[in-house]
Design a protein around this ligand. Structure first.
Ligand code: NAD
Length: 486
């Protein structure tokens, strides 16, 4: 196993002097996992300069040369599977199933991205000027500054790095201070081993509280052309205001509320499995987790009984232990938020279906029913970001649809029904970036265009990201004499 990467990676070189450090701790027991470099302005400035000087050569590299590098990185990622699963457990409390899934999804993303250099890169256009040929071609932006979250740390860092790089941009990453190794530094190690040219990927880590100082450098630099952020809408509002003042492009992948509607003709076992998985995967700390399920009153009690049996059987504890599905929440702030939501709802008259208790930071998966609509757990305005699901009965599917739509978020939604055509008709009306008929709200494939609308942000993954990380240049060539008004 490699030693844990713990310092900045700039211009293809690991910083020799780690300098000041901060502790990265295990969410399960607060033990120190690593001491990681606490960088600041000078490191961030050096990283942007390295990315800028690497940009022209990377932008002009042939698709075949880039393809080889991405394919090598995919193989290295798979080779390091066990070590990454361990790192994700101790750094971010990630269970084996989610960690292993992230490694496979990341290798898949790298292999998909390896072919994107061969996508058509423009159009030949008709012109009204005689003898003129017009071309609209895609150009990379330049340096893209990426902010990564801690929750789906390994895959989401790859997404932040790979999408811009596949289209010819160079990247500086500022990983989450809660998981800097799995959300940035390991990826730099893998690209280094794969032979990516120095400066194409750069990673700067920082202590808690210092994120804004690193962001200052990105906003001030004329070379940084895009802010590529995955995280909360709260932080996105701060970055968005600053991007407006600096006139920088933004790509925002934010949170969600993610309702599921179970119609009366649904396969209830399938629905219960989909909700149990969708609500409690990574103990509810994923942007696409199901937060609320609306169930036809005629099947409500039957559905809730099936779901509660499955949820109560989920094993909690150390994510490294075999069979454990529910690991620790990332920190005590997350524990307190989950507990407060449950407490408020119960005080307002909600019914506890299962869960409610915790040991340390490991909170039992919890289901609440009959939650008054104004209660913060049920009002659709705030992600609890913990293992809490609200179940609500409905009489009329249209009323359920209207309630499910009543949220500022627009990431993912799902409908369970025995009639796929009926599900599709409802799905088309959902104001979300993603909607699944007969599937969980929680789903991810490297090639598909995940992303949100409304307060869930903008930007799409898969090769659709070409829209986010390139710009169109118009070039014309005129062979005739030319016509001018004077
Ligand atoms: P966060 O907003 O707290 O942090 C995200 C990143 O922003 C981190 O790198 C952090 O250091 C940085 N940051 C925080 N405050 C900053 C500031 N003032 N200036 C500059 N940078 C700052 O989010 P998080 O807790 O790491 O992640 C969880 C959130 O991310 C949830 O809301 C979740 O739904 C969302 N998320 C969305 C997606 C998606 O694809 N849509 C995926 C994963 C997570």
């Amino acid at each position: 196993m490699n030693p844990l990467p713990n310092t900045h990676y700039v211009g293809g070189v690991w910083a020799e002097d780690v300098g000041p450090t901060f502790d990265v701790t295990n969410p399960l027991d607060d033990s120190v996992v690593a001491k990681v470099a606490a960088g600041g302005r000078p490191e961030a400035e050096a990283a942007v300069a390295a990315a800028q000087s690497a940009f022209p050569a990377w932008a002009n590299m042939t698709p075949g040369e880039r393809q080889l590098l991405f394919l090598r990185a995919a193989d290295i990622t798979e080779r390091r599977h066990d070590e990454i699963v361990h790192l994700l457990a101790v750094e971010a409390g990630t269970g084996r199933a989610f960690a292993s899934f992230q490694v496979k999804l990341s290798a898949n993303l790298l292999r998909q991205a390896a072919s994107w250099g061969y996508l058509p890169y423009g159009d030949l256009l008709r012109s009204d000027t005689p003898g003129r040929m017009a071309m609209a071609t895609r150009k990379p932006l330049g340096v893209v500054a990426g902010f990564t979250p801690w929750n789906g740390a390994f895959f989401l860092a790859w997404r932040t790095i790979v999408l811009p790089m596949a289209f010819g941009n160079t990247v500086v990453i500022k990983p989450s201070e809660l998981a800097p190794m799995s959300a940035g530094l390991v990826q730099a190690e893998i690209f280094h081993e794969a032979g990516f040219p120095p400066g194409t990927i750069n990673v700067i880590t920082h202590a808690p509280g210092d994120a804004a100082g690193i962001a200052d450098v990105f906003f001030e630099s004329p070379h940084v052309r895009c802010i590529n952020f995955t995280g909360s809408d709260r932080t996105a509002r701060i970055l968005g205001e600053r991007a407006g003042r600096a006139l920088k492009r933004t790509v925002f992948e934010l949170g969600g509320y993610n309702p599921m509607i179970v119609l009366e003709d649904a396969d209830l076992d399938h629905a219960a499995r989909a909700v149990n998985f969708g609500a409690f995967f990574h103990q509810g700390q994923i942007c696409m987790n199901t937060r609320k399920v609306y169930v036809a009153r005629t099947v409500h009690d039957d559905f809730v009984a099936r779901l509660a049996t499955r949820t109560a059987a989920l094993k909690s504890g150390d994510p490294l232990e075999a069979g454990v599905v529910i690991g620790p929440l990332i920190n005590y702030t997350a524990v307190e938020k989950t507990e407060a939501r449950i407490h408020e709802a119960l005080t307002a008259g909600a019914k506890l279906v299962t869960g409610g208790q915790r040991t340390g930071r490991v909170h039992a998966p919890t289901i609440l029913a009959d939650v008054p609509p104004g209660s913060p757990a049920a009002n659709g305005c705030d992600e609890t970001f913990g293992p809490l699901l609200v179940v609500e009965a409905f009489d009329d599917p249209e009323e359920a649809f209207a309630r499910a739509q009543n949220t500022p978020f627009g990431l993912s939604a799902a409908i369970m029904t025995g009639d796929a055509a009926r599900g599709l008709a409802m799905a088309q009306r959902f104001d979300t970036g993603i909607v699944h008929v007969n599937g969980s709200t929680m789903a991810g494939e490297a090639s598909l265009p995940n992303g949100g609308v409304k307060d869930s942000g903008w930007g799409r993954s898969g090769h659709y990201a070409v829209e986010d990380f390139t710009e169109i240049r118009l070039t014309t060539v005129t062979t005739g004499p030319g016509h001018y008004p004077f």
